[in-house]
Ligand binder design. Structure first.
Ligand code: CA
Length: 408
């Protein structure tokens, strides 16, 4: 390969994820593929005739979101990746290399998709058990939990790209020591993150037509890292009986590069054994989980980053295929660009928890930061950074990061 790629880069030749970027502040948004420290400008590549049908692809890649491109279907989106890979693997540096490549570190990343709908699941048995224990020590998992992937419809309008500041929300909370049935209006005092992965829908099902669990992969375009910011005190007071609302819908952050499902195939693994055996429509064949290492860090703005958790998507009890099959089994139709998030991904050990609610045991156990301060929940100015990557002896496919700073 004529382009040198740092050995530990998330954006190896095996990855080739799609995103929307501006090469500089005054440039117009365009689609790109990340490779090492560079981005292949897909508008420039289309103009250079790399994909044929110059005018058609130039227009598609100038859209400002990837929805229209994704809607062309996997035969097209995968062909574009193959063409870019072949171009990168030419024996000699092509003459158009300079005009097609941008500096990734200087690029401004934008929201890669327009999100018509966002759904959040609750698919980690460790997370559901940890949180359930705080409310029901003897019976942490509700009776439905092992039968279906519990989920709710979230808010699409407040999904933002990595790097966007998140404003601390205000709302109704119960002050500690106060009347347990009388709230006050206050800025949230229990701001949290949730370590999640989300998948992007690439193909639509007609209303009334479920997606079978073994066909789910055809409908999933790719994956992103996902931080489902949560105001625990607002959530605790409001969630009965209809579930999350204002404690969640003020912001969720996504990583800017969508890693195509095809790039993650080598990292498929079997999920945890499901007991009881799921109902027929949720019974998937073969390996349906992914082994993707995940990390959470907090940057307080002083001192170095604090690595506070390491988890893995392989722990998820309900697979993405099962989530999608369940979401549509009643005939609900998904749309291109929809985001379906996993729910907080906690692992089995104390150092693999996916939220501060769990790490601080509901605020009881402060955690030391390397600037000398402590945290139970987030403080203004804290930047939360989620990272994820899959790796085996020969390939590394990563997501980069999703970060966001909590501001007053
Ligand atoms: Ca969540």
């Amino acid at each position: 390969m004529w382009l040198s790629i740092p050995k530990d880069s998330d954006f190896s030749i095996f990855n080739l994820p799609f995103g929307i970027f501006k090469p500089n502040e005054s440039a117009s948004p365009r689609a790109g593929i990340a490779i090492g420290d560079h981005i292949v400008d897909l508008v420039a590549a289309a103009e250079a005739g790399l994909f044929g049908k110059r005018r058609f692809f130039k227009k598609i890649f100038e859209q400002g979101t990837l929805n229209d491109f994704i809607a062309l279907g996997k035969p097209v989106t995968n062909r574009i990746r193959r063409k870019v890979r072949a171009w990168l693997e030419m024996d000699q540096k092509p003459e158009n290399a300079v005009s097609l490549l941008c500096d990734r570190k200087k690029a401004i990343m934008l929201m890669p998709i327009r999100v018509p709908n966002y759904t959040d699941f609750y698919s980690s048995i460790e997370h559901a058990t940890n949180v359930g224990k705080m409310f029901r020590p003897d019976n942490p998992l509700m009776p439905n939990w092992r039968w279906l992937p519990v989920g709710y419809h979230g808010r699409a309008s407040s999904v933002v790209v990595s790097g966007t500041d998140i404003k601390r929300p205000s709302g109704q909370i119960l002050p500690p020591g106060g009347n347990p049935n009388e709230p006050v209006f206050s800025p949230s005092r229990q701001m949290d993150f949730e370590l999640e992965m989300a998948f992007v829908i690439g193909k639509e099902n007609p209303l009334g037509t479920p997606i079978p669990v073994d066909k789910a992969d055809e409908y999933i375009f790719g994956l992103v890292l996902f931080n489902d910011w949560s105001a625990r005190d607002i959530q605790r007071w409001e969630y009965v009986p209809l579930g999350p609302f204002l404690g969640k819908n003020f912001g969720s952050s996504v990583s800017p590069w969508i890693v195509p499902l095809e790039a993650l195939k080598p990292f498929k693994v079997k999920g945890p054994k499901q007991k009881p055996a799921p109902l027929e429509y949720l019974k998937g064949r073969g390996a349906q989980n992914y082994e993707i290492a995940l990390e959470v860090s907090i940057d307080t703005g002083k001192g170095s980053e604090n690595l506070i958790s390491r988890s893995n998507t392989k722990y998820l009890y309900w697979s993405m295929a099962q989530q999608l099959a369940h979401h549509t089994v009643n005939g609900c139709n998904v749309q291109v660009g929809d985001l379906l998030a996993s729910g907080t991904i906690s692992g089995p050990t104390e150092d693999s928890l996916g939220s501060l609610l769990e790490i601080s045991q509901g605020g009881k156990k402060p955690m030391k930061m390397n600037d000398g301060t402590t945290r139970t929940f987030l403080e203004n100015g804290d930047k939360v950074i989620l990272r994820g990557w899959a790796e085996n002896g020969s390939e590394r496919v990563g997501f980069g990061e999703v970060s966001g700073k909590l501001i007053e």
